[in-house]
Design a protein around this ligand. Sequence first.
Ligand code: HEC
Ligand code: HEC
Length: 360
Amino acid sequence: MDGLIKNHKKQPKYLLKLLLINLFLLPCLIYANSAPQVKDKPLSPLDLQLEPIQPLFSLKGLNPDKTALGERLFNEPRLAHNNDMSCASCHILKSGGADCPEKAQGQDGVELGANSLTVFNSSLNHRLFWDGRAKTLEEQIDFVITAPHEFATQWPVLISKLKRDREYQKSFGTLYSDGITAANVRNAIATFERSLITVNSRFDQYLRGDVDSINALEKSGYRLFKDYGCIACHQGRNVGGNMFQKLGVIEEFFDDDRLSGKRGLGRFNVTGQERDRYVFRVPSLRLVALTSPYFHNGSAETLYDAVKIMAKYQLGRTIPDADIEHIIAFLKTLPGEYQGQPLSRVYEETTFSEPEGQTR
Ligand code: HEC
Ligand code: HEC
């Protein structure tokens, strides 16, 4: 691994790539800085259109019966080979939807090796997983079903299990002309996931014109988020999730300690292309206030650490602590509600077994 990294540094292409990335970032930064600044009077519809972050809204037109069936499947332990793990084991909806540390062990007793991502708002991301290896929510489910440390099963086995359940027979029979099939299970779960949008955050209320829904400190945090250039990568409705970027754009992030295992290679694992080494899908920051630890490998425990690392390696800046505090205050205004309730982190309910000595 050591050799690989050193060789990589020596490549003449490397400097060119850095230049290209910066050329890409520059217009974004200029745009970010020219975007309307944080206002104390309500944003006009035009101001709102120019904001680099847009409010979330629930998807209309989802079939409520499919959503309900998907919710049941999301909580169904029989999806797993040993009937003892469901999607909800690792994605607890009450607490932010990303609930297992990368060191948690899966079905096969092997560590997951990746920090979990939230299922909330995941339908808004252009690709799924840290390395973007799934293109759609449906495709993402295939990975979970067969992964040895997740459900460790195969579709035919799973389908025959579900077919023995009268309730499932009935629900699928009513909703899908061909009854219980892999495609229909995927469709139901993905439909449920598309319903998981965290609307009405305090920040969205601000964008929609309620200037008092965030305070002066939080407004300053948003201004700094734009001014420092975080917005160049974390932007749009989901405050991220719409592009790939290298971790370590300005300063090389990975060394032997940090690159523990293959996961750190990021998108390189998917494409095998040199330019994708250490490249990740930029994560959404919508629920980041609730989903510690941070980064693909969970290496940052706190938001403070995560923001500091971002400033150094993605922007080449050292941000004063006071500014970090404001940025964190802004990030805390981003989570919205699920089923009319504000989301908050509930550690006690984590059902996923953590290895000895791992407490959070
Ligand atoms: C054993 C724990 C575990 C189980 C069980 C599990 N997940 Fe995950 N999930 C994770 C981890 C860890 C990641 C991040 C993995 C990666 O990116 O390589 C993830 C990522 C995801 C993502 C990607 C989100 C994004 O923004 O890219 C979605 C969607 C998701 N899971 C949905 C599901 C669904 C649906 C199920 C059930 C069919 C499920 N998960 C079961 C741990 C789990
Ligand atoms: C050049 C693009 C880029 C810029 C600029 C950038 N980020 Fe990131 N950010 C990323 C990527 C890529 C990751 C994922 C890293 C990983 O997978 O380990 C990330 C991850 C994060 C995370 C952890 C999210 C999670 O769920 O674990 C936080 C928090 C974060 N960024 C905040 C910020 C802040 C605050 C700034 C500005 C100071 C910033 N970022 C600037 C690309 C960027």
